[in-house]
Design a protein around this ligand. Sequence first.
Ligand code: ADP
Ligand code: MG
Length: 361
Amino acid sequence: MIKVEHLEKKFGNLVVLKDISIEIHKGEVISIIGPSGTGKSTFLRCLNLLEHPTNGKIFIDEIDILDKNTDVPKVRQKMGMVFQSFNLFNHLTVLENLTIGPIKLLGKTKESAEEKGMELLKLVGLAEKADSFVDELSGGQKQRVAIARCLSMDPEIILFDEPTSALDPTMVSEVLAVIRRLAREGMTLAIVTHEMDFARDVSNRVLYMDEGIIYEDGPPEQIFENPQREKTKAFINRIRSFNYHIDSPDFDLYKMHAEIEQFCEKHAFSHKMINDILLLVEEPLVLYKAQSKEMNIDIRISYSEKHNNVEITFEYPKKVGNILDNAEEDDIGVMIINNKAESHFETIDDKNKLRLTLKKN
Ligand code: ADP
Ligand code: MG
């Protein structure tokens, strides 16, 4: 359905896409992952000609869309695009957002456009908002309207560029649920996303982009469980666990918190969960500080989807002992820790390892 050959895109001297060749087939659900700044958005924008490629060829249904004689607007209609920032018309009602395209560009009558629009609003669960204005909606609702608007143009493929990144964590799942439904119904989708659990279970193919190329292309089992190439491995390991080394009592607590929150948001943890994790990192650090002359501790947070739990591990020199046992019995920090998590302590070689496990909620 889409065939890309040796696509290259430069901005001035900056080579963003080096050499991209790929085929996307009808019915495929493709997730595109990779570090930020590697050209994922640029790639999607080249596909529907929001950016003009520097070199290479793009065929949509065998039509060369970079050919001067191609009817670009017509080709572009085959591809819907959903942006991080919704891009809805704020001065129109929800239903008008869905009918303006079909009336102006597809020549539909107002009645048939409205009928289809209502059908699509039902599909995304927002029929009762038809007459509301866009700014009365929550972020999650806006994004669902944006998806419905896309569908109103009868696209053959929808390109999603981080559709949930601008949303409050509580609203991510309602948008992902709508995308899942489209996938189930056989719509062809290409989704740039940081939601790794979602990417794994919704897509039948994952592209890992790095260094201006599609660095690894494979089924989700390969990319997430058994990546073949070096950079993919490093990226996948990084998103699976959060690691932080502290070697000074004056370490930057706020920076660490911010990084932990970022890690948690990638996994769509609830606010309560994030707060619990922050507490369960901070309380042992307070105990450690009180019991050790020097600061030398490694923290690791990892989320296991299989066990639906989060493990926080503290690794520090053996001589400090078990910081939970060493504390006063009525220490408030120890009480918080025992209340929120199961703890496990072991000594391996010259290191102590304290592991706290909490269920994801
Ligand atoms: P990603 O979506 O993977 O985070 P982008 O495609 O947004 O990456 O950007 C890739 C690189 O291209 C970045 O270095 C970005 O600054 C640059 N870039 C993107 N769009 C433009 C533009 N219109 N002009 C100049 N540079 C751009
Ligand atoms: Mg981007």
